[in-house]
Design a protein around this ligand. Sequence first.
Ligand SMILES: NC(=O)c1ccc[n+]([C@@H]2O[C@H](COP(=O)([O-])OP(=O)(O)OC[C@H]3O[C@@H](n4cnc5c(N)ncnc54)[C@H](OP(=O)(O)O)[C@@H]3O)[C@@H](O)[C@H]2O)c1
Length: 354
Amino acid sequence: MFLPPGRIIVNPIFLQPDISKSNCYKTSFHKENRVMKKFAHFYVTLFLFIAWYPQSAAGAGDLHIRIPYDSISPLTHLFPDSIHYSSLLYNHSEEPLPYALVAGGSKGIGYAIAEALARRGYNLILIARHSDSLLSAKNKLQSEYPVKVDILSYDLSRDESAGAIAQWCIEKKIQLKILCNVAGYGGSRDYLSLPLDSLRYMINLNIGSAMSLSLSLLPLLEKNAPSYILNVGSMAGFAPIPVKNMYSATKSAVVFFSYSLRYQLKKKNISVSVLCPGPVFTKPEIVKDTKEKLGWIGMKMAVPAKKVGEIAVRETLNGRMVIIPGTLPKIMAFIVRILPRRLIVSIYDKAGKK
Ligand SMILES: NC(=O)c1ccc[n+]([C@@H]2O[C@H](COP(=O)([O-])OP(=O)(O)OC[C@H]3O[C@@H](n4cnc5c(N)ncnc54)[C@H](OP(=O)(O)O)[C@@H]3O)[C@@H](O)[C@H]2O)c1
């Protein structure tokens, strides 16, 4: 017999003796109890299956890079990390140190990612527009870690940048192991309040640069496989957000692009991850915006940039698909991803009007 799941919760008749039918009550109570147990068993099995399924679906066995568990399912974010962080890369041989390229690595989350890579002995190529902040990042990293840092000044929103960067890497015979696409543009103003040029710039930088750098640098990553691509999305990429319309649209494109690319590159032994942080206070505007729009829960969700960088690198090297730093952001991401889109868009719309 198949009963709808709601019956378990809403039908109190299971627990209330019907005195008028006392003869049959005992038998029917036990029968219903057995049915309830069967349903509880069914749901527990279903829950465990959904939690386990993504790892097998990702074809973890085919990928030579170790994948402790894959987070395609939002459920996996609720489980405590059971990863053994042993795949950190140290150079014990005479071979030259491998390189990691961080696009948008002079400040904020990008700098934190660069630092976490330097801590593991990776030489670095940092890309950003402003030479002064690039130079200060280079000096800081080289003074603290025994690594070489190269800096390149490019506007990543421009079509020609990815090709020029790849050409530079080929000429310098860079042994590229990791590509981190971090640079992104967002803010409190978005669609309907930004000019078309700014919206195009956002699309070109947030998704265009990740797409073109990944493709231009693919031959180098393939040559140095096992290798890694880390794209930086956002929790904003899990749902439509009216007040951040194009930003959430570009970040969901980054998330989807990363999911598909992971499958496309697994035979090449290149692991693709996507970092989806909640609020990270890299500048005062983000603190103000978070406080206004998301209130105390937003403030509690914030994770320091340094911690985000460390988690991002650690989990990328462990082959994790979706990386959400922090327990509260993980829980919020889970809720946002399971709620119906129509409901979540209206919640975000109300929060955005505050
Ligand atoms: N902060 C958050 O709360 C948060 C939350 C979720 C996701 N994210 C995402 O995380 C990424 C980094 O955010 P963040 O807050 O760390 O940003 P940030 O502090 O503003 O740093 C951005 C970095 O990218 C570089 N950059 C910006 N535009 C560029 C361009 N057109 N060409 C080349 N480089 C460029 C910047 O250097 P120059 O200015 O010198 O070019 C800087 O190195 C973004 O993709 C963002 O969407 C941030």
